[in-house]
Design a binder for this molecule. Structure first.
Ligand SMILES: O=P(O)(O)O[C@H]1O[C@H](CO)[C@@H](O)[C@H]1O
Ligand SMILES: O=c1cc[nH]c(=O)[nH]1
Length: 236
């Protein structure tokens, strides 16, 4: 057990899906996994292990922001032998080319967080997804006919930012979406030798001021969960 996870040794599968919201982890366990059991609940950061098409899979909340996901991802990898972490979250779009309900897969993750510079001797380490996980997710999205984009995401320390010029810059550089954890997850995976992928549904359009309805949010979330489970139920 760790300061933040009270699961027994061996309680997690080698592959863990990580939504930000622990109640989303509960929703996935109850609606998509078979024989799911709660394995950790410290601070109500719920984690479950169950089966999808006969394969052992875990799902656990990460909380919001790079510091939070960094704690859970590190402990899962070093104390529970987790090899693959797939973040499934929500993001805001900054470009007109990206529409609400699209799925965005982070081939790379830019950030305003100092955490990866702190980690990598104050130089820039490129935060990238594991290619095998990314390829499997893209293949599953093709198969399920989900509309998706692959490219660079921006992991922001601030959810509330009034820096419009930064959003202009992101659009110019082809940033597909803004969220708050991917670059941290990729840094932890690189440091401790695991594989990671971050995948988001576009729930907000930051520049256009558009937001999904509760019903649309649920539909697109279900599609992303399904495609992720299809991707990770193959041999990784
Ligand atoms: O929907 P989740 O996975 O929590 O992701 C996004 O939503 C939260 C902000 O509302 C941040 O965690 C951001 O990254
Ligand atoms: O971080 C986030 C997540 C969803 N939508 C946003 O605009 N930002």
């Amino acid at each position: 057990m760790t300061p933040h996870i009270n699961a027994e040794a061996g309680a997690f599968a080698t592959t863990v899906l990580m939504p930000g919201d622990p109640l989303r982890a509960k929703y996935i366990a109850e609606n998509f996994l078979e024989n799911a059991v709660l394995v950790t609940d410290v601070r109500n950061m719920l984690g479950y292990t169950g089966e999808y098409q006969g394969k052992k899979i875990s799902v656990m909340g990460s909380g919001m922001g790079i510091p939070s996901i960094s704690i859970y991802a590190k402990e899962l990898i070093t104390e529970y032998g987790v090899k693959n972490i797939i973040r499934i979250g929500s993001c805001g779009a900054v470009s007109d080319k990206i529409k609400l309900m699209d799925v965005v897969m982070a081939m790379g993750a830019s950030t305003d967080s100092a955490i990866n510079r702190t980690r990598f001797e104050h130089t820039d380490f490129a935060m990238i997804a594991d290619f095998n996980l990314l390829r499997k997710a893209a293949d599953a999205a093709d198969k399920l006919k989900v509309n998706y984009h692959v490219g660079n995401l921006y992991s922001s320390d601030l959810f509330y930012s009034s820096d419009e010029a930064r959003y202009d810059l992101m659009e110019k550089y082809g940033i597909l979406g803004v969220e708050m954890e991917a670059a941290g997850l990729y840094g932890v995976a690189a440091e401790y030798g695991a594989n990671a992928l971050a995948m988001m549904t576009v729930t907000d359009h930051i520049r256009q001021g558009l937001h999904l309805t509760a019903e649309e949010r649920q539909q697109t979330l279900n599609e992303m969960i399904k495609l992720t489970l299809e991707a990770v139920s193959q041999d990784l």
